[in-house]
Design a protein around this ligand. Structure first.
Ligand code: 13P
Length: 252
């Protein structure tokens, strides 16, 4: 069964107390008003993981990190491994976000390695892909997404693929207020599902959750989510405001 998901990506926002206080409010909201149609996940900075995990023990909200190290353990000052993330109680990790690809020069081979480490640690992976503005304008968007998936994901086994969620995040729509039209989102999501079908077969492709990310907000979420291959969203800016975040979850 294909799962619907709305995940908030806090990025580098909120200090410890702000994050925990936000989580208490959101968690309580979903205890009182369960999001029946979608799984709700908070993807927080590392410092929040343990505290958030304690809070959401009562309730239905899930937890993810936004990155993990590309090595399993050892002398890598400042890094946090997939095993460490898993030990906080988190179930998910975002890998390949465009901000990691752009600012930290993470390439397909590195992301493939991180994905394997995360899966081997028992985490599920929200794997991001998406083209930049110029690539869309020159008609290369399908080719770019295909490369990102082939190089980053398609060496996984079919069993591993069951623990993958793909997030299509056109880079030109992230934090810009520009949103892909529902038709553009559907077209790319369908393309992604077809690629997965070709590689892994119909059952895995049909069960795969594909999220849309990029300036998703209460005013556009319902229309984007109504498309048949859009199974929810990865929400940045709007996930930092409780009213907006829950309105987007309600939109599913
Ligand atoms: P915005 O919702 O702020 O555009 O960010 C999207 C995103 O990058 C989620 O990972």
């Amino acid at each position: 069964m294909r799962k619907k998901i709305v995940a908030g990506n806090w990025k580098m926002n909120m200090n410890l107390e702000e994050g925990l206080s936000f989580t208490r409010t959101v968690n309580q909201y979903f205890i009182e008003k369960p999001a029946r149609k979608a799984e709700v996940i908070l993807c927080t900075p590392y410092i929040h993981l343990n505290g958030v995990s304690e809070i959401i023990k009562k309730g239905k909200v899930g937890l993810g990190a936004q990155n993990c190290a590309s090595e399993a353990s050892g002398a890598y000052t400042g890094e946090v491994s997939a095993v460490m993330i898993k030990s906080t109680g988190a179930q998910y990790v975002i890998i390949g976000h465009s901000e990691r690809r752009t600012y930290y020069h993470e390439n397909d081979a590195l992301l493939s390695k991180k994905t394997m480490l995360a899966l081997n640690s028992g985490l599920k992976v929200i794997f991001c892909c998406g083209e930049v503005k110029e690539e869309r304008e020159t008609g290369k968007h399908f080719e770019i997404v295909k490369r990102q998936l082939k190089e980053g994901l398609f060496s996984l086994s079919a069993a591993d693929m069951e623990n993958i969620v793909i997030a299509y995040e056109p880079v030109w729509a992230i934090g810009t207020g520009l949103t892909a039209t529902p038709e553009q989102a559907q077209e790319m999501h369908k393309y992604i599902r077809d690629l997965v079908n070709e590689k892994y077969g119909k059952d895995i492709a049909e069960d795969l959750t594909i999220l849309y990310g990029g300036s998703c907000k209460p005013s556009n979420a319902a229309e984007i989510f109504s498309k048949p291959d859009v199974d929810g969203g990865l929400i940045g800016g709007a996930s930092l405001k409780k009213e907006d975040f829950v309105a987007i979850v309600e939109a599913i």
